[in-house]
Design a protein around this ligand. Structure first.
Ligand code: ADP
Ligand code: MG
Length: 712
């Protein structure tokens, strides 16, 4: 009789905790698995499929049922277990109907109060029964009491629990007791052999089996705090293993990539790159030059580049991208540049066409809104290779788009593309045959949100990072001011001043999540109000629902200076570049994320004039809202903003879509476990070098089928 596959073991009926044993199961049981029960489905939903998944499902907290506190020693506020004999049990109607039970122990009395109760409970709590109760103690009007304690009827001989009782993260369909039994069974069956050889495991680490056994059933003597703050050595082992799995899969991805082949894009002296440098209206900053060299060095290798270019808003990433494109084109390859929104893509297009068209380069433009004949022509140019540079949104990677010779893909704000889009992108960029050899294009990702160091070392360990840490010269730092919403008229007076001096102003309205319509109403109302308040001034309106052509027309008028004040929803968040704009007003600033606020603020302060960013807020502020605005007032440094953002939101949120496929770090806390990250990193390199099979086994144990998401 074939045994069921190991990974499904936890779901086989005969291995279910509470179900009847089926030692001599009838043969037809094999024919068709019985339908899954609600708790089974709930377990699957929680990702509890394999025994090891159950063994790694760790308690959120514990309850102490290992001891009994005498009633005389109970104090208001304690969470405790007590025991005694019921001396009275009656339903009373005070403010409402309730069950009041008196429990006595050596002449001391504890009152139990139930606002909801079943007849069966009432019966169990009959006078004369000995009961063991557990709950919060509070000082009530009639003495110490517990409201809705957990109760069970016992005898004097009923033993106490030998270990702390684990409380597991669960869901509505999955009763704690069921899960507890499933985990205990999974833990017993799971293969917990030590995988890590001595030359990899840091000295003094607990074995995985000991750590897990301990965490599921800790001895009562252990300090509850070290369990709850995860500082206990057993937790350290778990976190180390988790970080190791994560480092391994990243290193693995990196090494796999290094085995692939990419076109060698050799830099020519006096080639297109030099000609572009010669026509730029400015010289590069030191930082731009440095990152440009890092990229050029990658492009000349026959291995696909996988590099992140990070630099604060306004630090000048576009020109670095253009220089990289020039290298690829000069070497006879095509370059694709993608941006997450049409507006942003269009900004790039305009810059790049302005720089490269005079040098004889054909640029194609591909977005979702481009249809019909124009689109056909573009596709033909891309397929024939006539278009050396292709700019657009994710439409660039759609199926119908065939490149003749794609050598370099540049992705702006790549974290804003969804997981699915990024996976599609990876597929599109997979190796294609060129002159008989499979070649994969180089990729350059760009981001204005710098990755804090611990994140860079963990979730982004497979990336090479180049950083522009310097702004172009001649910028005056933006001054940030906070105004309560009631002071709006003062802000409008300020706008009047600004436009009368020939400067320009952005007014950004928030996205109202629930309703795009409300959103629009809000922006439209503000637009109307500003039109009325600023007679003779052209006030523009820009929002996500407008047709692209209209958006582009408004932007052109703002860029040309005809529109003095631009009211918009967050569509201007990235990429808009109008150096004459000197005032940014952000309405309901408390509703924006920190990095979003920072990006918006980066739209001003691009010229030599002193610029101001006004954050309008409505009270009351939530604690995180307050923390965000405070960060905005205190710093303009993008790295510091990113650090605070991570602190406020935690890595899951911070990473947004990258994480949405799988919560990759369940146990380790990147803010606290930096030392473990370093250890795991070293161990991962050693393990991959010396014991590659073990490395695979470790990753499989921890990540199972989730490891694919790591690559998105
Ligand atoms: P971001 O990094 O936010 O994408 P951009 O590439 O849009 O920044 O650059 C912001 C502005 O700075 C643009 O107007 C760009 O032309 C200008 N710029 C870029 N590099 C320099 C430089 N070295 N000197 C002066 N201005 C520059
Ligand atoms: Mg940019």
């Amino acid at each position: 009789m074939p045994s069921p596959p190991a990974r499904a073991a936890a779901l086989e009926p005969d291995s279910l905790p509470a179900s009847a044993p089926t030692a001599s199961a009838p043969p037809q049981a094999l024919a068709k698995p019985p339908p899954k029960s609600a708790p089974q489905k709930a377990m699957e939903k929680l990702g509890l499929r394999r025994d090891i998944d159950l063994a790694l499902h760790l308690p959120l907290r514990y309850e102490d049922e290992t001891r009994i506190t005498p009633i005389s020693a109970l104090r208001d506020g304690d969470s405790a277990q007590a025991e005694g004999v019921v001396s009275a049990c009656e339903v009373q109607v005070r403010a409402r109907r309730q069950l009041i039970v008196h429990v006595n122990d050596d002449g001391d009395e504890l009152i139990l109060r139930f606002l909801h109760f079943y007849p069966s409970q009432q019966k169990a709590l009959a006078v004369g029964n000995r009961v063991r109760v557990r709950g919060e103690v509070r000082g009530g009007f009639f003495g110490l009491e517990m409201v809705h304690p957990a109760c069970k009827v016992v005898t004097e001989a009923t033993p106490l629990a030998a270990a702390l009782t684990p409380v597991y993260p669960t869901s509505a369909q999955l009763p704690q007791l069921y899960l507890r039994k499933a985990v205990a069974a999974g833990l017993k069956r799971a293969d917990l052999r030590e995988l890590l050889p001595l030359d990899v495991l840091p000295a003094g680490m607990m074995s995985l089996r000991d750590a897990l056994t301990f965490l599921h059933q800790p001895a009562p003597s252990v300090g509850m705090e070290t369990l709850e703050d995860h500082s206990h050595p057993a937790w350290q082992r778990l976190k180390f293993d988790e970080l190791l799995a994560q480092q391994l899969s990243q290193l693995q991805a990196k090494r796999e990539r290094e085995l692939q082949r990419a076109p060698k894009l050799v830099v020519d002296r006096d080639g297109l790159q030099d000609r572009l440098l010669a026509v730029l209206p400015f010289g590069l900053t030191e930082a731009q030059r440095r990152v440009g060299e890092e990229i050029a060095a990658d492009l000349q290798r026959p291995i696909p580049m996988h590099r992140l270019l990070q630099g604060d808003v306004g630090s000048g990433k576009t020109v670095v991208a253009a220089l990289a494109a020039a290298i690829a084109i000069n070497a006879g390859w095509q370059c694709a540049l993608m941006a997450p929104t049409e507006l942003l893509a269009e900004q790039h297009l305009r810059k790049l066409v302005g720089w490269l068209a005079p040098l004889g380069i054909t640029v194609a433009w591909l977005t979702g809104s481009r249809k019909g004949k124009a689109r056909k022509e573009m596709l033909a140019q891309v397929a024939s290779g006539e278009a050396a540079l292709v700019v657009g949104t994710h439409a660039v990677i759609q199926d119908q788009v065939q490149f003749a010779r794609l050598g370099l893909a540049i992705i702006d704000e790549q974290h804003r593309f969804g997981v699915q889009q990024r996976l599609a992108l990876r597929e599109k960029l997979a190796a294609q045959q060129h002159d008989g050899a499979p070649l994969e294009p180089h990729t350059l990702m760009m981001s204005a949100t710098p990755i804090p160091r611990t994140l860079a070392m963990t979730l982004f360990a497979d990336l090479d990072v180049s950083t522009i840490d310097e702004l172009p010269p001649g910028r005056t730092p933006v001054v940030t001011k906070l105004f309560a919403d009631g002071k709006r008229e003062q802000v409008i007076a300020r706008i009047r001043d600004e436009v009368s001096q020939g400067r320009q102003v952005y007014w950004v309205c928030p996205l109202i999540e629930e309703s795009e319509t409300l959103d629009l109403q809000n922006a439209t109302a503000t637009h109307q109000h500003l039109c009325d308040a600023l007679p003779g001034q052209m006030v523009g309106l820009l929002h996500g629902r407008m047709p692209s052509a209209e958006k582009a027309a408004v932007m052109a008028l703002f860029e040309g200076g005809q529109i003095g004040v631009l009211v918009s929803t967050t569509v201007i968040e990235v990429g808009v570049d109008v150096p004459n704009a000197s005032l940014m007003v952000i309405e309901h600033a408390e509703r924006f994320g920190l990095s979003q606020l920072h990006q918006l603020r980066g739209r001003v302060g691009r010229g030599a004039v002193a610029s101001v960013c006004v954050l309008l807020y409505s009270a009351p502020l939530s604690p995180t809202g307050k923390a965000r605005l405070k960060a905005m007032l205190e710093t303009t440094d993008g790295f510091e903003i990113a650090r605070r953002d991570l602190e406020i939101r935690g890595p899951g949120e911070f990473l947004g879509a990258r994480q949405s496929g799988a919560p990759l770090l369940r146990f380790a806390d990147l803010a606290l476990d930096e030392a473990l990250v370093h250890l795991a990193r070293q161990a991962a390199e050693r393990l991959l070098d010396r014991h590659p099979q073990t490395a695979l086994a470790h990753v499989a144990r921890w990540l199972g089928t989730r490891s694919d998401y790591l690559k998105a």
